[in-house]
Design a protein around this ligand. Structure first.
Ligand SMILES: [Zn+2]
Ligand SMILES: [Zn+2]
Ligand SMILES: [Zn+2]
Length: 111
């Protein structure tokens, strides 16, 4: 026999369950406001774990090295490489200098 029951997640969330089913393993699809680990709030299905939700909030990210700013999606904010043309070129240049130093080092040792 099927009946409408309150779910364990929230008494206001209801689902049609078999009478022996206590709803513990039921994936509640009620849209609710969830607070993610980053502090943003999104409307998602009740059963989803906040850890599994990708935050699509736009935030203004500032790069500590060069001071440039840009808007990024929240879930991408850990990627701390500035994409501005000048900075990309600069970091490429630094890499080149480092490689040259290494070559000199090796040459020095061999001498
Ligand atoms: Zn966020
Ligand atoms: Zn629920
Ligand atoms: Zn930059």
């Amino acid at each position: 026999m099927w009946m409408v029951k309150s779910l364990p997640c929230n008494p206001d969330h209801k689902a049609t369950l078999a009478c022996h089913d206590d709803g513990v393993s039921y994936k509640c699809t009620q849209q609710i406001e969830k607070e993610l680990e980053c502090g943003h709030k999104v409307n998602e299905e009740c059963h989803l774990d906040p850890k599994d939700i990708i935050c699509n909030e736009l935030i203004l990210q500032k790069y500590p090295d060069c001071g440039h700013q840009r808007y990024v999606l929240c879930f991408l904010q850990s990627v701390m490489v500035c994409q501005k043309e000048a900075c990309r070129r600069e970091s490429g240049l630094q890499k080149q200098i480092k490689t040259d130093e290494k070559v000199l080092e090796i040459v020095g040792i061999r001498r």
